[in-house]
Write a protein that binds this ligand. Structure first.
Ligand code: FES
Ligand code: FES
Length: 150
């Protein structure tokens, strides 16, 4: 049994320590907002926070998480009222939507340390989050919108 702190809740999961955190979140805990894209830390679809840092959950073994706090899109502060979620709706950012939870989780770590990021900062911070629908301009617009409204 592996103890975890997920979305401010203490849970234990029965999984081999080398199981990717992504599988545990989706399959064991039913937190399906976090998506599987590439499985090799190259697309950002599976982005969650570990102690507030954006990480690729497909590339982290659950046995290596330890006491660090895991936050998924389901645990984003404010839920639907989170400034980023509201901005994503206002800008109508998603197309198919598949990559967007990872985009939001990645964006959240930028605004946490830089509340008024420049366009260059945003592009630099978001460059590892791929979108097959090419919503990149809308992602930047939404982050700027959230920064203005927060
Ligand atoms: S699924 Fe983890 S980075 Fe692509
Ligand atoms: S909205 Fe379709 S992959 Fe990004």
């Amino acid at each position: 049994m592996i103890p975890l702190n997920v979305n401010a809740r203490a849970v234990t999961v029965e999984a081999a320590p080398d199981t990717p955190l992504l599988w545990v979140l989706r399959e064991h805990l039913g937190l399906t907002g976090t998506k599987y894209g590439c499985g090799v830390a190259s697309c950002g679809a599976c982005t969650v926070h570990l102690d507030g840092e954006a990480v690729r959950s497909c590339a982290i073994a659950v046995g290596d998480v330890g006491a660090r706090a895991v936050t998924t899109i389901e645990g984003l502060p404010g839920g639907a009222q989170n400034p980023l979620v509201r901005a994503w709706v206002a800008v109508q950012t998603p197309q198919c939507g598949y990559c967007q939870t990872g985009q939001i989780m990645q964006a959240a770590t930028l605004l946490a340390r830089s509340p008024r990021p420049s366009r260059e900062e945003i592009l630099d911070h978001m460059q590892g989050n791929l979108c097959r629908c090419a919503t990149y301009n809308q992602v930047v617009d939404a982050i700027q919108h959230a920064a203005r409204e927060a």
